[in-house]
Design a binder for this molecule. Structure first.
Ligand SMILES: [Zn+2]
Ligand SMILES: [Zn+2]
Length: 267
């Protein structure tokens, strides 16, 4: 299994479209962050978790030219506004791309992107199908994973566990039942918006405490905003925890987990 962190930025990305870098050092390439999403390569399948507004550029950067399915954490725009670009995969594959989401996410897609699901005319066929999931074991493109709910302000976001890997973005709080799905992980990618508390996201002290409680072998922070400078975070992080970098790769090889990224390899 291989995971690519396509983006580890918050809803506005870093820098913001206004050019603001906040507390992030603009000279450090590790601080340039696209919207949060990951790609799973497992048993010959390629599954995206979230399809944000940067999806096209993110996939072009990987060189991966096809996907088998998309699974959504929740319906916020920074996680699904890339949906229109899925049309190209459907055209090439000659079948629609399956989308997996909870009831609320799929309802949002049906309301906002009706043409994606229903043929408009002979020139514009539908290009996605929708597949609801709920808590527990789910099968996505033939791959078994576990979905667990997280509290994200006044909505639910979903975390996913695949083997010894788990992804938890966009949460403020993880209920105890879901925490039980996060034991004995080799790698956990986890929300850490900024240093200061936030009403809908986890923040530095809380995320570190949670990681220390659950004790994954490795933890990678994601959904970081412009106030969260890479080098400043590294200074305060205990061993085994690192901020994500766009393009970072997590490779599971037998019992080992190898984490590397293009930026560090170039330095
Ligand atoms: Zn988000
Ligand atoms: Zn969100």
């Amino acid at each position: 299994m291989r995971i690519i962190i396509l983006g580890c930025g918050s809803s506005g990305g870093v820098p913001l479209i206004t050019g603001e870098w906040g507390n992030c050092d603009p000279n450090n390439p590790r601080n340039r962050r696209r919207r949060a999403s990951i790609l799973l390569e497992i048993q010959g399948k390629i599954i995206l978790i979230d399809a944000g507004p940067d999806m096209r550029e993110q996939l072009l950067d990987t060189g991966i030219t096809n996907i088998d399915a998309v699974i959504f954490t929740h319906a916020h725009s920074d996680h699904l506004r890339g949906i229109d670009d899925l049309r190209q995969f459907a055209i090439r594959n000659k079948h629609p791309i399956p989308l997996y989401g909870d009831e609320h996410t799929l309802k949002s897609i049906k309301i906002n992107y009706p043409y994606a699901l229903c043929q408009v005319d002979e020139f514009y066929p539908s290009f996605v199908t929708v597949h609801p999931f709920s808590e527990g074991k789910i099968v996505v493109a033939g791959i078994e994973m576990c979905a667990f709910p997280q509290h994200h302000g006044n909505m639910v976001s979903w975390g996913f566990r695949v083997g010894d890997f788990a992804y938890s973005t966009d949460f403020h709080h993880i209920p105890d039942k879901s925490l039980s799905q996060l034991r004995r992980l080799k790698c956990w990618v986890v929300d850490c918006l900024r240093f200061k508390p936030h009403p809908t996201h986890s923040f530095f002290a809380q995320t570190v405490e949670l990681i220390q409680k659950l004790q994954p072998e490795q933890a990678i922070l994601t959904h970081m905003n412009q106030d969260f400078d890479y080098d400043e975070a590294v200074k305060h992080l205990p061993p085994g925890i690192q901020p994500g970098i766009d393009g970072m790769i997590v490779e599971f090889s037998g019992e080992n987990v190898i984490i590397y990224d293009k930026v560090s390899m170039l330095c």
